[in-house]
Write a protein that binds this ligand. Structure first.
Ligand code: KIV
Ligand code: ZN
Length: 388
């Protein structure tokens, strides 16, 4: 991969970090189907799974590696020989592959979870990256819990991984604790202290425990990261990962502030989102940006009036651009006369002003009683022509 200054690589972890969260487990055929869709979406790297976790996951990663064309196929491995061997085998048939290996770098994780010293962590990191390089020339190293690690030790472990052959360095905010300014500063600090940092792709991986995953991700880009680890709908451990569609939309709509390029096919976001809805056991909340049912809906009279006159009044982007349904004008007790008139015309009723006034009076009375107003309710409010 090049280190071209503005190019951002999208690393999708829906099938790994996403899939390992409650309600998101996928069967083999579902993982394969979704991976094909991720290729249509134009992601650069698909993290297909964690092959050591189960024989089923190993087989899924192997099938994705041999069948899905386009993106690089990555497999996750702890810094353990057995994990790396399994990951290497799972991705061996991909046209381009990656082993993503990780070990914690915070003292809290080293002491409480791994029960090893800093020196042991350094040795394991170097050994495992070297082993991974015997399977592929593309090795990513993650310093788990990087944001709560001692900065000097973080530099040491990152340097050890690079010296052993890592080509991508991921600095995860594993527990979603960092703030945007801190996350950006960490990348600036690490890139500033590692010799030849421009030869390495630095990567973000943010969790959403404080609702900061997406903004931390773009802050990481400002700090010099050029790979973003994201998941569709933001699924992932606990509160999830940074959501792919939100990061993609920010880079598109606010390219003036975040002037980076990428290879995503934006109108494939809708189809990818709908496929995920079919596979996992929950859908995004209606107010979720980009893919929520209400993301492009307008219910209040003032907003409906504005949008009907000029969509730019209340829309900063078009639903079609992202391949999602607009569901623009929703009729209810907050709707105004213009929205009703607009819907009546769409339904084929060309009424006089007096008739519209009459229907509007009945409509507001109905909307006070009934939360959801459907087209058949509107049709029933229209005066019937006199019969002879
Ligand atoms: O959150 C995390 O630190 C991870 C690593 C495995 C990259 O998911
Ligand atoms: Zn994670």
């Amino acid at each position: 991969m090049s280190t071209a200054s503005d190019r951002v690589y999208f690393f999708d972890t829906t099938l790994r970090d996403g899939e390992q969260s409650p309600g998101c487990t996928m069967h083999h055929a579902e993982k394969l189907r979704f991976a094909h869709q991720l290729a249509s979406l134009g992601v650069d790297i698909i993290e297909a799974g964690f092959p050591i976790a189960s024989d089923g996951d190993f087989e899924s990663v192997r099938a994705i590696a041999s069948e899905v064309k386009g993106p690089r196929i990555a497999a996750l491995a702890r810094c353990k020989t057995i994990d790396i061997e399994r990951a290497g085998k799972a991705v061996e048939s991909a046209a381009s592959n990656r082993i993503h290996t990780f070990i914690a770098s915070s003292d809290l994780h080293l002491e409480a979870k791994l029960r090893i010293t800093r020196q042991q962590a350094l040795d394991q990191a170097a050994e495992c990256v070297r082993l991974a390089r015997t399977y592929t020339d593309d090795v990513e190293f993650s310093a788990e819990d990087a944001t709560r690690s001692d900065p000097d030790f973080l530099i040491q472990i990152v340097q050890a991984a690079i010296d052993a052959g890592a080509t991508t360095i991921n600095l995860p905010d594993t527990v979603g604790y960092s703030t945007p300014a801190e996350y950006r500063a960490m990348f600036e600090m690490v890139r500033g202290r590692i010799p030849n940092a421009d030869k390495i792709i630095f990567s973000t991986h943010c969790h959403d425990d404080l609702g900061l995953a997406v903004i931390n991700t773009v802050a990481g880009l400002q700090g010099g990261a050029r790979q973003v680890e994201v998941a569709m709908h933001g699924i992932g451990e606990r509160a999830g990962n940074a959501s792919l569609e939100e990061v993609a939309a920010i880079l598109k709509i606010r390219n003036d502030v975040f002037p980076y390029t990428n290879n995503l096919v934006l109108d494939q976001i809708g189809p990818t989102s709908r496929m995920l809805d079919e596979i996992i056991s929950f859908t995004p909340s209606p107010n979720k940006a980009i893919v929520g049912k209400n993301a492009f809906a307008h219910a209040s009279g003032i907003h409906q009036h504005g949008v009907l006159a000029n969509p730019l009044t209340y829309e900063i982007m078009s639903a079609a651009h992202f391949g999602v349904e607009a569901n623009t004008i929703v009729l209810g007790k907050h709707s105004g006369r213009r929205a009703l008139e607009h819907r009546l015309k769409e339904l084929g009723f060309n009424l006089t002003k007096e008739e519209i006034d009459q229907v509007y009076t009945r409509f507001t009375a109905l909307a006070d009683r009934k939360k959801d107003i459907y087209d058949q309710d509107i049709a029933a409010l229209v005066p019937q022509p006199a019969t002879v």
